[in-house]
Design a binder for this molecule. Sequence first.
Ligand code: FMN
Length: 161
Amino acid sequence: MVGLDRSLAASGGRRYRARHRYWGNCADARGVAAALILGASAVQIGTGFLRSPEAMVHPAFADRLAHTEANETMVTRAFTGRPGRCVATAYARASASPKVPPPAPYPVQRGLTRAMREDAQKAGDADRMQLCAGQAARFARTELAGTIAQELWEDASRLLL
Ligand SMILES: Cc1cc2nc3c(=O)[nH]c(=O)nc-3n(C[C@H](O)[C@H](O)[C@H](O)COP(=O)(O)O)c2cc1C
């Protein structure tokens, strides 16, 4: 799992007196168990729920998440002018080329990309959508959010026995 070490391993595995929440790039039971072993008292998961029905993302977005490896995400300002981690789509990658002008500041860039993003939603073209996602995207599951949370906890608990 990418990134787990950055906030917790620095502690050398010390027990925390204060509550310590791990977040970011964690979406499977092994990641949850690892964060708890390293001293977290809670684990926050975002992208891991994006394919659940409750998230209501475009089906093309949901499909793309299932095939996105950690190194296929990138931080970009190309959609809104503010940095955000997204799937490295054709548009996001092209925007990072030194041959193209840098994005405009927020919210101007957001306005500049609105027509592209709206058209992509209608056309189901994931390469022009803004696919916000962390590096554990491919672990996102399609069950109900409650089922995902329950099973993550049960599977992580078994690993901690
Ligand atoms: C719906 C959604 C919206 C996001 N919006 C932003 C954002 O505005 N700015 C940003 O830096 N990252 C944004 N991210 C990426 C998160 O900062 C982060 O990289 C990622 O969600 C890590 O946590 P996770 O693996 O639990 O999802 C967003 C992610 C999601 C799923």
